[in-house]
Design a protein. Structure first.
Length: 317
């Protein structure tokens, strides 16, 4: 047998084995694509929260929101204009996006950022994560779904987590219990908005269209509110906050695109709990980068773990 044929006969099994392994890996990861994207989205929102917290030392939430919207709109609309026909503007999905854009991100993000300012990102992040609880209630009332034992157990875990997270500790900076309603309100608005977005994605399954529409609506509402109330000076940001807000805006844009990708390709009962693992990442990043301005203790960590457990139980019924 020629030497080249002998070499081929020896090499081919190795190549075939490697090819089969790569193919098996691809087939294994493909069904989990939406889940992986959802986890990266959750991580991105946690990073956004920490960067915003740094920027809020010298600026305010209006400046943070303006930067976030402007960066998102610039990036996403530039991509759409360069690569996509604008015929989607006449689609019925725009109605869902317009309503959703009026609710989130502007109102949800405003409440959440204000919550960060008052009670800290380590508490506001986990409290923001109770969104699936509201989603389960909406499904029960609107869609007449019948919850099982998992829903009730998950609810108990979430109530326990709220008690742990909201419990005042020694050496904590003073804050009011009513301030906890800010991130909780953000969670409620987000749950309603996610339902509308899922409907829109069934009509136009393009995450960039979704981000462009809801963010544009939110920017217009923000500017309208600021000019109507004479708060234009609050749009100014301190020079030291610029880099933090710019970084947060870029991360938030990526996280939002990933959010819509996951929602469009995955099942709601699977994607929502993964998106709401943000509290775990928030607590981790807070402990890592915000030690001097945040109090992260065992109660907050335990509350975050219980909350995610309750979220998973409720939405995996």
């Amino acid at each position: 047998m020629p030497i080249d044929q002998i070499g081929a006969s020896v090499a081919n099994p190795a190549r075939l084995g490697l090819s089969e392994s790569l193919q098996a890996l691809r087939l294994t990861l493909t069904p989990l694509f939406a889940e992986i994207v959802a986890i990266f989205s959750a991580m991105g929102w946690a990073i956004d929260s920490v960067l915003v917290r740094f920027g809020l030392r010298q600026s305010n939430i209006f400046a943070a929101m303006l930067m976030s919207y402007v960066v998102s709109i610039t990036c996403v609309w530039s991509y759409l204009i360069a690569t996509t026909s604008l015929d989607f503007l006449t689609s019925p999905a725009m109605i869902y996006y317009l309503i959703s854009g009026c609710m989130q991100p502007i109102f949800a993000r405003a409440l959440f950022y204000e919550g960060i300012t008052r009670i800290g990102v380590a508490r506001a992040g986990p409290l923001r994560g109770i969104e699936p609880l509201f989603a389960a209630i909406i499904a029960l009332v609107v869609f007449n779904e019948q919850p099982g034992l998992q829903v009730y157990v998950g609810t108990v875990l979430i109530v326990a987590s709220l008690w742990l997270i909201s419990g005042k500790q020694e050496h904590d900076k003073p804050w009011r219990y009513v301030d906890a309603l800010l991130p909780i309100g953000a969670a409620l608005i987000s749950a309603i908005s996610q339902t509308l977005r899922k409907q829109a994605l069934q009509i136009i399954p393009d995450p960039f269209v979704a981000v462009a529409m809801v963010t544009t609506v939110s920017l217009l509402l923000l500017l309208g509110f600021v000019f109507a109330t004479g708060r234009t000076q609050q749009l100014r940001m301190h020079r030291s906050s610029f880099h933090f807000f710019l970084g947060a805006a870029l991360v938030a844009t990526t996280a939002q695109v990933a959010n819509f990708i996951a929602l469009g390709r995955g099942q709601m009962s699977v994607i929502i709990p993964l998106l709401n693992t943000t509290p775990l990442f928030t607590v981790f990043f807070s402990a890592l980068f915000l030690r001097k301005v945040e109090t992260v203790n065992l109660r907050i960590i335990g509350g975050a773990v219980l909350m995610v457990g309750g979220v998973v139980l409720i939405t995996s019924r």
